[in-house]
Design a protein around this ligand. Structure first.
Ligand code: HEC
Ligand code: HEC
Length: 287
């Protein structure tokens, strides 16, 4: 008897469920779900729009937040970038550190006061150069800066230091799509037809740079050397007038940039004609 009642109860519940579903189906035609739907479509559209223009979000993780299996390498990479002489001294031939140009180890959004970012280089390389018909990977590109910007020696690809640097690039690129258009990378050149005048640049240097970089560009405790034996060599990217002008315009005087494009071009014209170490090697690209 008890069993029969139980089964009867189940049948009644099932019947209600079926009828209920039917009713809600009929009523759903009259209920307006368009709000929920429109929110969904807006979200989908914005994702599609971002993908369409390749927009990327600047949100690099901190080096110390790297997972345990790569943390030692990431931290060593970060230390090399921010204290190069101490952590990779045998490969450095001047008194610069990577961070003097790649501010904060390159963990910046570039632009004003950001120096040269390295966030996302791991998503941008290898870079295929059609003209030279070869592909530049990050080991080669990093060694360009060691040999030119640091006036030093290339690191073996399998050295502890190079593996650490590349692991570091990879970690700070977390979440960025491979080969996305990353707007904060690279030197931003000035758009100006102005012809640089090194004589005027000498005056700009005396007024706006010498108090930190020294009267003879030799560097002081307040700023690294701009020319002379302790600076980057003549094969370096920063030795190109348009690179130095673009960098100085956005970043110098440090913390308070604001030179006119003309002053930036003039001072770059002056600094790039001062004596500095000579790069011995193939003059293929700047570092
Ligand atoms: C307030 C001090 C200060 C002034 C003034 C200043 N700089 Fe700098 N500059 C620095 C510091 C500090 C760095 C390194 C930044 C870092 O390590 O984060 C630097 C880095 C540089 C670098 C890259 C590293 C190197 O030594 O090559 C260049 C190029 C440069 N400055 C050019 C200039 C020029 C040109 C001017 C004048 C228009 C200027 N700076 C004025 C403090 C200054
Ligand atoms: C005197 C300034 C200076 C110093 C010091 C310097 N670099 Fe660079 N670096 C540059 C310039 C200029 C570029 C070229 C940026 C461009 O192509 O727009 C560059 C490019 C790079 C790139 C490629 C970035 C890109 O967007 O394609 C990497 C990687 C790099 N440097 C790593 C390093 C490392 C590692 C060190 C230290 C061992 C270092 N750099 C020291 C000036 C410097």
């Amino acid at each position: 008897m008890k069993n029969n009642r139980f089964i009867f109860a189940l049948v009644v519940i099932a019947a209600f469920a079926v009828v209920g579903a039917g009713i809600s189906l009929i009523f759903s035609r009259f209920i307006d779900f368009s709000d929920a739907k429109s929110i969904e479509t807006v979200a989908q559209k914005s994702i599609a729009a971002k993908q369409a223009v390749g927009a990327v979000v600047f949100n690099p993780p901190l080096p110390r937040d790297a997972p345990a299996n790569i943390k030692d390498a990431v931290m060593l990479g970060y230390n090399i970038l921010t204290d190069t002489g101490k952590y990779a001294g045998q490969y450095v031939g001047n008194k610069l550190i990577c961070s003097n140009c790649h501010f904060k180890g390159g963990i910046t959004q570039g632009g004003k006061n950001g120096g040269l970012s390295l966030v996302g280089v791991a998503a941008s390389y290898p870079e295929y150069k059609k003209r030279q018909n070869y592909s530049v990977d990050l080991v080669t590109r990093t060694n360009d800066c060691f040999q030119r910007s640091m006036n030093g020696k290339p690191l073996p690809a399998d050295s502890k230091e190079m593996i650490a640097i590349v692991t570091y690039y990879q970690w700070i690129a977390k979440g960025l799509p491979i080969y996305a258009d990353i707007p904060w990378l690279g030197v931003k050149h000035l758009k100006s037809a102005y012809k640089p005048d090194a004589a005027k640049g000498k005056q700009v240097f005396a007024q706006k740079c010498a108090m930190c970089h020294g009267d003879n560009g030799q560097g002081t405790p307040a700023a690294p050397p701009l020319w002379g034996k302790d600076s980057f060599n003549d094969g370096a990217g920063m030795h190109k007038l348009e690179n130095l002008a673009g960098f100085a315009h956005l970043n110098m005087p440090l913390g308070n940039p604001g030179m006119s494009a003309e002053d930036a071009l003039d001072v770059a014209g002056f600094v790039t004609t001062r004596p500095r170490p000579h790069f011995i090697g193939k003059a293929k690209q700047g570092g």
